[in-house]
Design a protein around this ligand. Structure first.
Ligand SMILES: [Fe+2]
Length: 212
């Protein structure tokens, strides 16, 4: 092909029933044992396309290099397994397929990692959805999908061209049922800290993070 376009960034809205379908499974998430904050819950699964079908790969440990993750790089993390029942829902399958189609993983058989993450926060102490700061995940593509955002101040999704940029190219609140996919080789990203917007109530931010 003479002219080949390069994927940079895409954002889209999915039907609201998608979040409704997967949301209950976030209440069942086990704590992320690698961040001892009491505010972070998480599971993990891996997928790959095979003859146009998407199959779940056997559970494995997750490791990022110290160059990429300055907080937990080099640490082998054995996250809890994602609920099979949730994975089989039409809603989750829609999200997974959307990510794989947009990034080409459905055709090139790239392994897709999915992290199901809840970060909670209080009114008087912040939580950091991205404790590593402005970062890359070390893949070709990263997708963030917001399932639930309740009583949250902050938690901006920010896209940068370098880790020392003062101002993000994009600084937006990912609302429920919004999906953003970015070229992880080209951009850096960060999620700003969150506070509960209602005194005495917890703030909850539920997301899926996809990488390929
Ligand atoms: Fe990230």
């Amino acid at each position: 092909m003479r002219f080949e376009n390069k994927f940079l960034l895409e954002a889209f809205q999915v039907p609201s029933e998608v979040s409704t379908g997967v949301s209950p499974y976030f209440d069942l998430l086990p704590p992320d044992k690698y961040i001892n904050s009491g505010h972070r819950f998480r599971t993990y699964a891996r997928f790959q396309s095979e003859d146009k079908e998407i199959i779940r790969l056997p559970h494995s440990k997750f490791i990022q290099s110290a160059d990429i993750n300055r907080v937990l790089g080099g640490v082998e993390r054995d996250f809890s397994e994602m609920s099979r029942e949730m994975i089989e829902t039409e809603e989750f399958q829609h999200l997974l397929k959307s990510f794989m189609e947009r990034t080409g993983a459905i055709d090139d058989h790239s392994v897709v990692d999915v992290h199901q993450i809840r970060v909670t926060c209080d009114h008087d102490s912040t939580s950091a959805p991205a404790p590593e700061g402005i970062h890359q995940d070390g893949f070709n593509y990263v997708g963030i999908f917001c399932v639930r955002r309740e009583n949250i101040s902050g938690g901006y999704t920010q896209i940068y061209s370098s880790p020392v940029d003062q101002h993000p190219h994009m600084n937006t609140v990912l609302e429920e049922n919004q999906f953003v996919i970015l070229n992880d080789k080209r951009f850096f990203h960060h999620i700003s800290e969150t506070l509960s917007s209602i005194e005495g109530k917890k703030g909850v931010r539920d997301v899926f993070v996809f990488t390929a």
